[in-house]
Ligand binder design. Sequence first.
Ligand SMILES: *[C@@H]1O[C@H](CO)[C@@H](O)[C@H](O)[C@H]1NC(C)=O
Ligand SMILES: CC(=O)N[C@H]1CO[C@H](CO)[C@@H](O)[C@@H]1O
Length: 256
Amino acid sequence: MKFTSATAFLTLATAAYAMPADVEKRAMCTTYGYVYSCAGAAAATSTKAATTAKATSTGTTSSGSSTGGKTGYSSGATASDIENNTGCTEYTVIFARGTSESGNIGSVAGPPLFKQLISDLGASGVTLQGVNYPASASGNVDCGADGGANMASMASTILSRCPNTKLTLSGYSQGACVVHNAVEKQGLDATKVSSVVLFGDPFNGQSVGSVPSSKLLEICASGDDICNGSGSYTITSAHLTYGNNAAQAASFIESN
Ligand SMILES: *[C@@H]1O[C@H](CO)[C@@H](O)[C@H](O)[C@H]1NC(C)=O
Ligand SMILES: CC(=O)N[C@H]1CO[C@H](CO)[C@@H](O)[C@@H]1O
């Protein structure tokens, strides 16, 4: 469903936010100069998506100029390796969580992916960072603009500190919109991005700026109304299954 005016969108968005959490519909939005759909009130607070996992980062600060630095992230809902300047590694993944998720990487897709990467590459092989943004229901109206600037800033920081790192941008649900915004609206140089991995992306089927399709992995679970193009954007249980795709996502990151 696409709206032809901002008024129609706002009417729906207002209604969507008032709906019960377990049947929240995503809001719609206008952006990029034309009518565009966007993730709505994604992860319901009554679901596993909203855990209270605490950050367990134990990263130590280093000059960050050498390769082989250690990641500070091991588990939990917050990853801050770039902020904590944990050094340079072969791979760097910046991840944006979905609506209402805790910490800066949430629980549905972020932690399973990060744990898989550490399992595959070792803690010294990968730098892991979450996007610091509200991930609020109302933020869906902005189509990722709430987090795009932070993601682009984190990318710029790590690329200037560690120019040889292979940078992946990743996001889940509203977080996928954040990736779109970072690449398409924040001046981030797409040629410096090694891969993009999106889970439950409301913009599934559209390009991510000038990132080549060979470097883009869109994972849309069967029956996930948010990304499957049905146009109704109801949160179904399929939208909460992306922990199952951690190995697939990690393999794509490691091969790009
Ligand atoms: C998308 O998912 C919804 C909810 O599970 C389902 O009803 C619909 O048939 C799916 N549409 C497509 C095109 O797969
Ligand atoms: C160990 C350490 O320095 N952790 C910090 C990493 O960065 C986050 C966000 O700035 C801080 O909250 C942690 O204390």
